[in-house]
Design a protein around this ligand. Sequence first.
Ligand code: ADP
Ligand code: MG
Length: 404
Amino acid sequence: MSESTMRSGPTEASLTDVPGLGPKSAESLASGGISTPAQLMATSLADIEEMGISRSMAKKLREGVIALYPDIYQNFAEEQSLEDIDGIGPTTAKALREKGMNILLLETTPVKELEERYGLTSNSAMKYQNALADAKGGYFTDALTFRDKVAKAPCFTFGAESLDDMFSISEYQTKGVRAGESYEFFGSFRSGKSQLCHQLCVTVQLPRELGGLGKKALYIDTEGTFSPSRIIQMATRLKEETGWDASIEDILANIQLARAKNSDMQMSIAQKALEILGDAADEFGLMVVDSVTAHFRAEYAGRGTLAERQQLLNHHLSILHRVADTYGLAVVVTNQVQANPAQFFGDPTQAVGGNIMAHWATHRCYLRKSKGEKRVIRVYDSPVLGEIESVFEITEEGVITSTA
Ligand code: ADP
Ligand code: MG
């Protein structure tokens, strides 16, 4: 260690003071704008890799920085990456990453898909997944630990109290939409499905202290009904009500939109989202698919194609589940209803998508139009919520609690 390092901190010291970091590596790092140990610590492994330094090398160098400044970096948590799994070397890691794989996704991807899509043998796929499970202390957790984890899952507001209350779980003292869980809103045309989705794209961005997650939203629009002007109206109301100081431009910019023109495109977009979230999971709190079934329903219309449709829809829905499971996003989908000629009593409509759709969401909710601007939402199926109803209104300002 040179004398200059002893005196200077990681923001002033030279890179070559770091043990194991020679002039050649320093040059590579400099080309990417890294000239101090502090910058080396603050840059992602992916970015460092782009400068021509492998992840394992970068990790070694960072260990060197930690050794040099133990007080400053004692709580530094190194990024986990594929190479950390026993048996995965740099070559396999690189090949997997090029196909969109990451360490979080490896855990939740079925072995069959790891074989077919990512080129692993089923033996290695299982070995890696076991290694991941072992690193977490095995497959089992006791229910008490699990309860604590579930209770701590962050939630965000609907931006309408009646809805937050309806979705409250008193045992966990949480309200609103829960991160890591899936929601289906089904109902007829104009029942308010897309309006709810729009509003959640705004409320998820609210800072924690105002009931949001402070995170961005992904929106897959299959019907072409996404409306920036609606976002502006909703954001304006929420800003006024809460004193939130975000700019309307930022709120819009924090919604990543993809327009799916057919079911194939919709499936590709979801798959892509699953992969790109690997680098941005912390930034996003919500993924919306509005509507999840419309293309499938239109493209596979005849009875003869039903089995194929259900198979594809099933695959698509499993990808959406994985977005929630892998990265902890709340996943919200909308679904249409169709007449059910077999039903003579009660509401003669049923959700599209059959059994596969029926079992997908954690919380399945039915929306229907009531008098005027009023809408009724009812929990149809949920492991924790009873079959409760709530009323909300859709106004110029968005989705609000019903006044009467
Ligand atoms: P769907 O369930 O078909 O997705 P939407 O969520 O798009 O239906 O709801 C459409 C309804 O939202 C409209 O019928 C209207 O009542 C209401 N709405 C949409 N935009 C506005 C607005 N700017 N001001 C007031 N109400 C609106
Ligand atoms: Mg709609």
